[in-house]
Design a protein around this ligand. Sequence first.
Ligand code: NAD
Ligand code: ISE
Length: 338
Amino acid sequence: MNVRVGVIGVGMIGQDHIRRITQVLTGGSVTAVNDVDAARAGQVAAGLPGAHIHDTAAALVADDNVDAILVASWGPAHEEQVLAAIAAGKPVFCEKPLAPSSAACQRIMDAETAAGRRLTQVGFMRRYDAGYRAMKAALDDGTLGPPLLMHCAHRNPSVPPYFTTEMSISDSAVHEIDIARWLFGEEITAATVLSPRRSGQAPDGVRDPLILILEMAGGALVDDELFVNARYGYDVRGEVVCETGTVALADTSEVTVRTANRHGGRVPVDWRDRFIRAYDTELQEWLDAVAAGTSTGPGTWDGYAAAAVTDAALEALRTGQRTAVTMPERPDFYAKAP
Ligand code: NAD
Ligand code: ISE
């Protein structure tokens, strides 16, 4: 089956996903686009023969030539667009965050539960990265013993002008929040945010770097350095310390060059560069699942749980206090696959 995809939001990642669906992956085509920036929608559609430009996201969702929806608009627009897809009974891939608050994610969960079918996949692409997958296999294997700590770093060279201190949590740290839940197979129970000396490279009003500390249900601690104006490149690190060993993400450089008594490698330019294969695998598996009428990847519960932790971390950022995560038990409808 060829899955006809309608894309809402054709900015940086929307265009990158269109490129991979049309040029890299199999089993999908892009038949419609929508963006509040009509000129941008027109430019992108010009490169997609036969694709229809819709004035509204609702019209795109209703299009009979669209089997599935890819939402890559800004976070605050996600809720309405995902709800429209669910109401139409169409599978939807939504970029992270699923929605900016746990209350908004709860409304999506309610709608999906009422529809009786898991239709939503959230863009937590790190779960598809070869490095994180190998790390999870090493932890699940058990030979390293129980995990005690995880050290993470999330460094961006720079961020767009609209980026706020809060977005270091809601937009960036949400990836470590999801990956920690996935790696440990546990929920996060509390968050604390520390704010060290501010980098002179940070735009006015932005507190950068930050340290986020997450408490896992099983007692392990995760520390996450968020440094979104690190300048030198895009650098994502992770190491889990267990009772009898550790497992760390390897250097992503393809080669190491040695010369003149020095050695060095490449640092990725940005997230597209660092996670290119993960995005490919993520979207290929989504297309395959849509074609098969199933649902596989991180879903609405994962988007909700990440938002609940984000809510707590934002409160911790505001107050300077350790903040407990408020979250119900995982509903049966979202039970983990056996
Ligand atoms: P962007 O600003 O480059 O693009 C967003 C596009 O959405 C813009 O063209 C904008 O005009 C459009 N848009 C905004 N509101 C809209 C609405 N209501 N209806 C239709 N179009 C709308 O941003 P981006 O960097 O591409 O980010 C988009 C989303 O993808 C965000 O949720 C972001 O967090 C996520 N993202 C995920 C990753 C990842 O690693 N998984 C990386 C980058 C961005
Ligand atoms: C961006 O939205 C992403 O999701 C990237 O993966 C992340 O590294 C970056 O910090 C975010 O702004």
